[in-house]
Design a binder for this molecule. Structure first.
Ligand code: IPE
Ligand code: MG
Length: 224
């Protein structure tokens, strides 16, 4: 979800106003997704690199996450949304960590939409933490080096148990992936709309999902 800052700056508003407007689009997209036949949605909300932003912006974003989790919890529960978080949690405020855990628990029986929120997430960080967990198991003899398969690696990532993404949308015209699910996205399709995230209206989302349905995916094999 990129382009909140530019959206605000172009309107002469503080960057946080862009993040607030962006949060409205999150609400729309989460609500619309199940009706498009999409059962898994992952949103990149805050990266391990985003701490380098000004203290004011980081604090503003953290306030917004707290507010969003609080104000949306009941709706998410009611709409059958199961919420999970990926990313490194210990650097987040204890308050936020508690809210995250609470939301995961409150929605754990839902299955209409699997919503994964990436918060303090970085792909290299995730893989590094997975390697540490695997190494610890090798050390105790729980697994042998030769037993480390691709499935074993997947099972030690934050996304363990979740399917790999089919389609990744990055808004705002930037042609980068910025560490978003590097292992999991090996065969993902990408779309890079020019639209800034706060302008990403439902119609554009629907068009992207529909055109994804017409792409031929071969996963390295030849057309059948
Ligand atoms: C993305 O919008 C939102 C977050 C990182 C939370 P940006 O804040 O990166 O917007 P630009 O790239 O400055 O326009
Ligand atoms: Mg950006």
């Amino acid at each position: 979800m990129d382009g909140n800052g530019r959206w605000a700056t172009r309107r002469g508003l503080p960057r946080l106003a862009g993040h607030k407007a962006g949060a409205e689009r999150v609400r729309d997209v989460v609500e619309l997704t199940p009706s498009l036949g999409v059962e898994y949605l992952t949103l990149f909300a805050f990266s391990t690199e985003n701490w380098m932003r000004s203290r004011g912006e980081v604090n503003g974003l953290m306030m917004l996450f707290k507010h969003y989790m609080k104000s949306e919890a009941a709706t998410l529960v009611r709409n059958g949304v199961r919420v999970r978080f990926i990313g490194e949690r210990s650097r987040l405020e204890p308050d936020i960590q508690r809210q995250m855990q609470g939301l995961e628990e409150q929605t754990s029986n839902n299955s209409k939409l699997h919503l994964t929120l990436a918060l303090n997430y970085g792909g290299r960080d995730e893989i590094t933490r997975a390697m540490k967990r695997i190494a610890a198991k090798v050390k105790t003899g729980e697994i042998m080096p030769d037993d480390i398969t691709q499935d074993v690696v997947s099972a030690h990532l934050d996304t363990a148990g979740l399917p790999d993404p089919d389609l990744i949308i990055r808004t705002s015209g930037e042609l980068r992936t910025s560490g978003f699910l590097p292992w999991q996205s090996a065969y993902a399709e990408y779309v890079f709309p020019e639209t800034l995230w706060p302008d990403f209206v439902p119609g554009e989302y629907v068009d992207i999902i529909n055109s994804f349905g017409t792409r031929e995916r071969r996963f390295g094999a030849v057309a059948g």
